[in-house]
Design a protein around this ligand. Structure first.
Ligand SMILES: Nc1ncnc2c1ncn2[C@@H]1O[C@H](COP(=O)(O)OP(=O)(O)OP(=O)(O)O)[C@@H](O)[C@H]1O
Length: 845
């Protein structure tokens, strides 16, 4: 499959906290119609456990169903808005001409599937998956080839439309064919067997193939019928080329999507909602191709329910509003499919890929959203809104059609045929394809002979998934691709036999039109009205309310109102109408996927979510405040605290900061961009504080160095002082021994030799330092911090050492001066005093 790459659609991430879990609904509902020999299934619906109403079809609706509208074809490629057509062939049989609305389960009725979480439930659709509105269809998205004369009714919808596509080959072909008949050439050496089909197609043009094989079924799907188109054939015979095609020759899928938008554009009386899913069945395991490969591998899609009540879960659905959105979905699916495979060729030829489009539509009525029914562009036979009548109108319900178009690229059919010969190699057997063959055979047999033999739908994933459609609930078109070369005769014959069998299967496709207030389309419309009403109320109350709200609450309030407003705008954009199809200027005018807001939430739920978010924010604010308080109340470090204490404190602060960051991150996750600023501010504030703490620590370390140096200096001084004291004491002793003491009057009060202190100089220093700094805060507070500068200022006072030395110097000086001034002492050359001085001053005596 080659899908043109497109710029990726915007996929905004919805905060998890805002995503409510929702209950499951079933894919289809049981029919109460038993008039048919085959069980009559209803159109698959996504509304299983939602409340539904049994609605009668309006007169206009009946006449529409019974009248085959064949208005003139518009000019090719042009759009005639005033003459919208409904180009679907109508049932011919009396039974199918008047389809009955199926009975649907009432709310609360158990389907037995309530526990299954299904993303196919409309109420669980990811809001990123855009709702489509007929007014939004892009001109560029509309097929330029719309020509209703091309729409054919191949014998009515009770039969499967079977076409054969013969792949061009350079080898000599061994098949003869015209536009309806194909038969093996006699030269092939086998008994010529003739096959008749609805169409034999040749060549490499995909447009005629689409017109012949798919267009009528696409239109039927738009008109409310389920439709299945699948390609069957041996490997490399052209199935993918037919369904997907390439850029030059777009296949059925891109052409179908163009026609869908074209159909919407040409039907101004209805509005539509389109949802796509894309899955792959490989080795009897279903993978959601729209989910990331890791997710889909870890959580394969399961089929829940039986018969017509089939639910695939978990399976993503993407709502699309333009071809761009469709391309994005296909591109993503293809990418995921390739990622999941180690051998792409082998895997693609052995797996089935299923692209599904769910189409919801209803008449455009007089809406309270100001957009009313488009004037002057009415479809002939326009039906008034609310076909359910006054009772249903009172309940707010409007008739909604739901149909599913499934486009299936099957695995190579030779796997089903030739695998019989290699049963030992179990891995090659494609159970789904083999079961499809036997299911078709049984169905054909039952139809032909009026039997009710058991049909082995449950034997494979593919048939179980297709059971509602194969049971007759859908219009089916099969394109069987063959390689006309001689060496592929066996495979081609087998394919043609399959095609012949499926041609016999009887169908009973029914349109489904139910009034369902829970249909996504209806809910969106209703929600738009409710949101508008709510917004108007809020706006009216705003002046009074704002007076009693804090600034922060007012901000929250205005954000909530903005959210409401943008939600209304998005919901309005999502609904496609013919006007929006024509008026849009291009792909860029409308997002491929709308902003991710949960469209499924009612205004009340939205309000609850807002309240919950606010409560969460308040809790987080409290956490932040308490963490800040804890930081402020941290223990104060004493100035002489060891480094290990300081380290511990710093690491505790870092931890607190990390916790703050954590809280702020959660806070930001909830409120997004506005809080990023707050986070940055807090980060900045705390990083400044951290820097200050680090600086302070460095300063304290420097201060400690200074202190150590001071102590060493003091120690040296003390030693020197002690030496001097001893010398002086010896000098005095000698002086006294010489008998000179009586003649010299020493000033005893001034002689204060330093005495050793009990704690040593360090203790004295510490005591003095404490005294000096008792008024200084040495705590690690950036404002009241202690610093070496202050210490230096304190140390500028005379130090202990300086005082001691000053006293000693002065005393020594006075003593010496007195001695020197004593004439008797100086006059004696042998004076002992002189010797002492000479020894002390190191001068000759
Ligand atoms: N009608 C056709 N005209 C031109 N080329 C064709 C046609 N049919 C098939 N091809 C080419 O043949 C090749 C194989 O076709 P394709 O991949 O569609 O086969 P397939 O049946 O899907 O194979 P598989 O079962 O392996 O998926 C492709 O290159 C395709 O372009």
């Amino acid at each position: 499959m080659s899908v043109p790459a497109t710029p990726s659609a915007s996929r905004l991430v919805r905060p998890v906290a805002f995503t409510p879990k929702r209950p499951l609904s079933t894919i289809s509902t049981a029919s109460d119609d038993s008039s048919s020999s085959l069980p009559r299934a209803t159109t698959p619906s996504l509304l299983g456990n939602a409340k539904k109403f049994k609605a009668t079809i309006s007169t206009e609706s009946k006449s529409r169903l019974n009248t085959k509208s064949r208005p003139g074809s518009p000019t090719k490629g042009s759009y005639d808005a005033s003459r919208p057509k409904t180009p679907t062939s109508r049932p011919k049989t009396p039974t199918s001409a008047r389809p009955k609305t199926p009975t649907t389960p009432r709310r609360g009725a158990s389907t037995g599937l309530e526990d299954v979480i299904s993303e196919m439930d409309v109420s669980r659709i990811d809001p990123e998956e855009a709702l489509v509105d007929f007014e939004n269809v892009e001109a560029a998205d509309i097929s330029g080839e719309i020509d209703e004369s091309m729409l054919k009714d191949y014998g009515g919808e009770d039969k499967v439309l079977v076409s054969i596509r013969v792949k061009p080959t350079d080898n000599p072909a061994v098949w003869n064919y015209n536009h309806k008949k194909i038969q093996l050439d006699n030269s092939a050496g086998k008994a010529p067997q003739e096959f008749n089909f609805d169409e034999i197609l040749t060549g490499s043009e995909n447009k005629p193939v689409y017109n012949a094989v798919a267009r009528s079924h696409v239109c039927a799907a738009m008109d409310g019928y389920n439709a299945v188109i699948f390609a069957y054939g041996q490997t490399a015979s052209g199935k993918t080329f037919t369904l997907t095609g390439d850029e030059d020759q777009p296949g059925i899928i891109p052409r179908a999507m163009k026609d869908i938008f074209g159909y919407i554009r040409r039907t101004p009386t209805r509005e539509y909602l389109l949802r796509c899913s894309y899955l792959e069945i490989y080795n009897e395991s279903i993978h959601d191709l729209l989910a990331p490969p890791s997710t889909s591998a870890a959580q394969p899609v399961q089929i829940h329910g039986t018969g017509p009540n089939v639910v695939l879960a978990p399976l993503r659905e993407e709502v699309v509003t333009s071809l761009k959105g469709v391309r994005e979905v296909l591109h993503r699916g293809e990418g995921n499919r390739r990622t999941a495979s180690t051998d792409w060729n082998e895997r693609s030829s052995r797996s089935h890929s299923v692209f599904r489009v769910v189409i919801e539509s209803r008449e455009r009525g007089d809406r309270q959203d100001g957009e009313g029914t488009p004037s002057g562009r009415m479809t002939p036979g326009y039906r008034p809104p609310t076909p359910g009548g006054a009772r249903l109108q009172a309940k707010g319900g409007r008739s909604v059609q739901t149909s599913v178009l499934s486009l299936i690229d099957l695995a190579g059919s030779e796997k089903a045929t030739s695998d019989k010969e290699r049963t030992r190699e179990g891995k090659y057997i494609n159970t789904s394809l083999l079961t499809l063959g036997s299911v078709i055979s049984t169905l054909a047999e039952n139809s032909a002979k009026g039997k009710t033999d058991h049909v082995p739908f449950r034997n494979s994933k593919l048939t179980r998934m297709l059971q509602p459609s194969l049971s007759g609930d859908a219009r089916i078109s099969v394109v069987c691709t063959i390689n006309p070369s001689k060496d592929a005769v066996g495979e081609s014959t087998s394919t043609l036999l399959f095609a012949q069998r499926i041609k016999k299967v009887q169908l009973h496709a029914q349109k489904k039109e139910v009034v369902d207030t829970d249909a996504l389309l209806e809910r969106y419309r209703k929600e738009i009205e409710e949101l508008r009403q709510r917004l108007a109320e809020r706006e009216a109350e705003a002046p009074v309310r704002n007076r009693r709200l804090s600034a922060r609450e007012q901000l929250d309030e205005s954000r909530a109102m903005n959210d409401l407003n943008s939600r209304i705008r998005q919901l309005t954009k999502l609904i496609l109408t013919s006007q929006t199809v024509g008026e849009s200027k291009g792909d860029e005018s409308r997002p491929a996927s709308p902003t991710k807001i949960d469209f499924d939430m009612s205004p009340y739920q939205l309000q609850q979510e807002l309240l919950a978010a606010r409560r969460e924010l308040e809790t987080q604010s409290t956490q932040i405040l308490s963490l800040e308080a804890a930081l402020l109340a941290r223990p104060v470090l004493p100035p002489d605290a060891p480094d290990s204490e300081k380290d511990k404190m710093l690491s505790e602060q870092a931890k607190t900061i990390r916790e703050l960051e954590f809280v702020i991150n959660g806070y930001e996750d909830n409120l997004g961009e506005p809080l990023r600023q707050v986070k940055e501010d807090v980060e900045r504030e705390w990083s400044v504080k951290l820097d200050k703490e680090t600086k302070l620590r460095e300063e304290k370390e420097a201060w400690a160095d200074v202190l150590v140096k001071q102590l060493e200096k003091e120690k040296k001084m003390r030693l020197k002082l002690e030496e001097e004291r001893q010398a002086l004491a010896a000098f005095v002793k000698k002086f006294d021994a010489l008998g000179l003491g009586s003649s010299i009057v020493l000033p005893p009060t001034k002689l204060k030799p330093p005495m050793p202190n009990p704690g040593g100089a360090a203790a004295v220093f510490a005591e003095r330092h404490q005294r000096q700094n008792k008024n200084l805060s040495l705590e690690l507070d950036p404002v009241a911090e202690a610093s070496p500068v202050r210490f230096t200022a304190a140390a500028a006072e005379p130090s202990l050492l300086e005082e001691q030395w000053d006293g000693l110097d002065e005393t020594s000086f006075e003593i010496v001066e007195k001695l020197l001034s004593d004439k008797s002492t100086r006059s004696s050359p042998s004076s002992p005093l002189r010797e002492v001085f000479a020894a002390k001053e190191n001068v000759p005596a």
